[in-house]
Each structure stands twice: as structure tokens, then as C-alpha cells.
Write a protein that binds this ligand. Structure first.
Ligand code: AMP
Ligand code: ZN
Length: 470
């Protein structure tokens, strides 16, 4: 597989440290609000990567964190803890906030067909590991205490800025004016923060009651689960200049190693050609899309139309085209499923290889979709083509496999039937549900008879009552 490595700024052949198992860490969400579709694009990218690696035959150990404390309103050291701020605004306990948004996030990724990482690690459950990490940085001479926390001394690390090619001197000069006087260098960053009186999430530590800096969380958790050096680290492009730069610095201070060999970053999703922002009212969640009649997978399909390394412009027009495209694709697969033409082994292998080849070329999803469409459009209809596309869907994750389409059609049928029932029939169905809940089988059967007379058949399954027109 070839992947673009932000660290070396080149597309490289991927070579894992250990052929037996690839180790990958993904920066996860800060759970103080609903994830917006820009955030979700980054996790769709993460999922395409993990599935392609698995399709290549690698065993993968994939870790993703949940930041439930320590992410300040600026990615650097300014502002309030995002979770604390949300808790204050909603007059809730911060743990209530993070539990709620973590659950919503996990549901969101499930509805986008994103495979749950093998380990999902919450920052607040790894405080001892973080304290150990900070202690060692200080012992090694890379960290120092001030009245507000423990800081990383970037002057001790000549390679600081390696990931983003930052002009350290220029940035330091620019930052000098507003800088905290206790810091040794303007770009020194907090790794451990002394908790203000009103900060609810705080822990005893060698530096008093504190909470972790966002960057130390990822350093300590990736080290715990994947070791000091692992293969791939993913995130969004906004992580490059601060968060990931600082993770690298911390690891250098801790053990003298860059934690990951390959750093991969997903570009931004734009909305109407601009940044998503609350003031413009264009920060959309999956729920917003659903309310407008779109499914999460319509959005996933849209994301496949661009490489993760390019900006993608979101408009409701483009989402509408994605929805239409996806529906046409499903229809095409159904037609193939009913086809009888036989396809040669040679052609089947050719398509399988072509598909894997483009996915292995730094996840070239636009080319992968071209291949899918080429097969979908074949005039000769063949069950084998439907099988081929089903297999590709294991990576693409847009429910274009024969099995997934069948489930979707069943659901659509159910919704259609329910929408057309008259009030009396609906009432009978409800009464039957009550009878069954009360184990009143005689009544339940009696109602079934009545429904049959109205041309409605009901069957009881594990998932509930199945309703069909006869
Ligand atoms: P956060 O929860 O703010 O830490 O962000 C979660 C992920 O979403 C990170 O990987 C960010 O880099 C990414 N991200 C934030 N905004 C966008 C956007 N507009 N487009 C794509 N990715 C984004
Ligand atoms: Zn991180």
C-alpha cells in the first residue's frame, strides 16, 4: 500500500514495523457537542484506511481516544476546557455531558458503517498513565513547572516543528507580546494544567490538583496500547501544526522516539465553499441531514467522491446528487443479481485487482467508485457482477451489497405499508400488540383473523410484528 506521509511529505510504500500486526492510532472526538459532518468525514477516512489494510490481509490493532477533558477552546493553551464550558452553559455535570455525547458519537459512526476501533480509550480513565508520562518528561529535562502547570520546553528539542515545518523563530517572535512570563519560550506548551478552583474534573498529582493537557492524553494512551513506536497515526489536517507536533515533541521528551512512522491527515470538509461556523448556521450534524430526508450513507457516498487529501465542498445539491447516485447504484446491483450471464474468472480477477490497487494507492476513492460504476453499468446482467460489487462494499461501506440492499428494501416496504394503512387497521394492530404483551393469545388470534379479512397478514418475528399486504 502507498500512503502519503505528512512527516516526510511524500507518498511512501507502507512497511509495518511488525508484519504480524499493524498498529494504528486515531485521534478521536472531543465530546462536548454533537459531531458535525466535517468531523465525521475524518472518521470515514479512518474507516476506509482500516478496512483497506484488513483487505490487504493485515491484522490490525486500532485505537481511538475519546477526549473528555483537557481540550481547551483554542487548540493551544488558551481558553477554557471545552467540556467544562459546555457543562457550565447547560448547567450540567461534565460527566453527564461527556457520557451523552460519547453515546451519540458511537451511534453516529455506527450509522455511517464505520467499524468501531478495537480499543476506544477515554482520557479520564488514563490519568495515572498520563502522570507517569509527564513525570518522565520532567525527569528527562524537557518539562518544567510554573504556577499554572507543567510546560514542555521546546528549546530542548532542536527538531521541534518537524511535522508542520514551522518557522519556530518567526512564530516565537510573533508570540512574544502576549506570552505568559513564566514560560521559558513563547511556544512552550502545557502538558499538565493546574485546575482553577471551579474546574470540576481534576485529579491529585505531584503538581497538585490538575487536569491533563489534550496532547498528553494521546501520547500516554497511544503508548499504553500500542507501545512507544507504532505504524500509523491519523487525524484531521488541523491537528498537524499543534496537536500532532506536540505529541511528537512529548514522545521525544519521554523516550527519544517519534511515536508513529506514518502520519496521515484528512483534509477539511467545506460547506458552501467556506468554513463551517455556528454564526453562519451551517454546522450540520447527521440528524440535520436526516431531517432533510438524507441518510448517513448518502453522506458517506458523497465523501467517496473526493480523495481524503483534497478539500471537499458540501452543498445540499451535491448531497442530493449523492443520494440519487447511491439509489441508482443499488438498482443496478439488483438488476445484476437477477442476471444470468456468466463472467470469466479473468474479468472477475481483473476488477478485484484494479479495485484493490486504487484503494492501495493512498485510498483513491474517486477511482474506486469509477470501477464500481463501470461494473454497475454493464449491459450484460450477471449475478457475478453483483457479487463483485458486494465484495467492494466491504471497504466502501455504502450498503450496495446484495444482502444490505435486500434489508433496505424490506424496510422501505414496511414504511410504505404503515403509511398507507387506514386508522381502523392501525388501531387493530395496536390492540394486537397489547394482547400479545399481555400473553392473551386468544385475543391476539382473533385480531389476526380480522386483519386477514382486511387483506393484511401479520407474522410474529424476533424483531416484532411483520406486516404485509396479501
Ligand atoms: P474534534 O472533536 O474537534 O477534536 O475534531 C474531530 C476531528 O474532526 C479531528 O480529526 C478534526 O481534525 C476533524 N475536523 C474538524 N473540522 C473538520 C472539517 N471541517 N472537515 C474535516 N475534518 C474536520
Ligand atoms: Zn490526539
Amino acid at each position: 500500500m502507498k500512503i502519503y506521509n505528512t512527516l516526510t511529505k511524500t507518498k511512501e510504500e507502507f512497511k509495518p514495523i511488525n508484519e504480524e500486526e499493524v498498529r494504528m492510532y486515531s485521534c478521536g472526538p472531543t465530546v462536548y457537542n454533537y459531531a458535525h459532518i466535517g468531523n465525521l468525514r475524518a472518521y470515514i477516512f479512518m474507516d476506509l484506511l482500516s478496512k483497506t489494510l484488513r483487505a490487504d490481509g493485515y491484522k490490525l490493532k486500532h485505537v481511538m481516544n475519546i477526549t473528555d477533558v483537557g481540550h481547551l477552546t483554542s487548540d493551544a493553551d488558551e481558553g477554557e476546557d471545552k467540556v467544562q464550558k459546555a457543562a457550565r452553559a447547560q448547567n450540567k455535570d461534565p460527566y453527564e455531558i461527556v457520557n451523552f455525547y460519547t453515546e451519540v458519537f458511537l451511534k453516529d459512526i455506527e450509522s455511517l458503517n464505520i467499524r468501531k476501533p478495537d480499543i476506544i480509550s477515554r482520557a479520564t480513565e488514563h490519568i495515572p498513565e498520563m502522570i507517569e508520562y509527564v513525570q518522565k518528561i520532567v525527569e528527562n529535562g524537557y518539562g518544567y513547572e510554573t504556577s499554572t502547570g507543567v510546560y514542555f520546553d521546546i528549546s530542548k528539542l532542536p527538531s521541534y516543528g518537524i511535522l508542520s515545518n514551522k518557522n519556530i523563530e518567526g512564530e516565537q517572535a510573533g508570540a512574544r507580546v502576549a506570552v505568559d512570563k513564566e514560560k521559558r519560550n513563547p511556544l512552550d506548551f502545557a502538558i499538565w494544567i493546574k485546575a482553577p478552583e471551579n474546574h470540576i474534573m481534576k485529579w491529585e498529582s505531584p503538581w497538585g490538583l490538575c487536569f491533563p493537557g489534550w496532547h498528553i492524553e494521546c501520547s500516554a494512551m497511544s503508548k499504553k496500547y500500542l507501545g512507544e513506536q507504532f505504524d500509523i497515526h491519523t487525524g484531521g489536517v488541523d491537528h498537524i501544526p499543534i496537536h500532532h507536533e506536540n505529541e511528537i515533541a512529548q514522545s521525544m521528551g519521554y523516550c527519544g522516539k517519534i511515536p508513529a512512522n506514518y502520519w496521515m491527515h484528512c483534509e477539511f470538509l467545506l460547506v458552501d465553499d467556506g468554513k463551517m461556523s455556528k454564526s453562519l448556521g451551517n454546522v450540520y450534524t447527521l440528524e440535520d441531514l436526516r431531517e432533510r430526508g438524507f441518510s448517513p450513507l448518502d453522506f458517506r457516498y458523497l465523501c467517496l467522491s473526493a480523495s481524503y487529501r483534497n478539500k471537499l465542498n458540501f452543498t445540499f445539491e451535491s448531497l442530493k446528487s449523492a443520494k440519487t447516485g447511491l439509489e441508482r447504484l443499488r438498482n443496478a446491483v439488483e438488476e445484476h443479481e437477477n442476471g444470468t450471464v456468466s463472467v470469466s474468472d479473468e474479468e472477475m480477477t481483473k476488477y478485484k485487482n484494479q479495485f484493490l490497487e486504487v484503494m492501495n494507492d493512498d485510498l483513491d476513492t474517486p477511482k474506486a467508485m469509477n470501477i464500481v460504476w463501470e461494473i454497475a453499468r454493464k449491459v450484460n446482467k450477471s449475478k457475478q457482477y453483483a457479487e463483485l460489487i458486494s465484495e467492494m462494499d466491504e471497504i466502501l461501506g455504502i450498503d450496495i451489497s446484495v444482502e444490505k440492499i435486500a434489508t433496505i428494501r424490506e424496510m422501505e416496504e414496511k414504511i410504505d405499508i404503515l403509511a398507507t394503512l387506514d386508522d381502523e387497521t392501525k388501531q387493530l394492530i395496536q390492540e394486537r400488540e397489547v394482547a400479545r404483551a399481555n400473553k392473551d393469545w386468544a385475543k391476539s388470534d382473533e385480531i389476526r383473523e380480522k386483519l386477514t379479512k382486511k387483506g393484511i397478514s401479520v407474522k410474529d418475528t424476533k424483531e416484532g410484528m411483520e406486516i404485509k399486504r396479501m
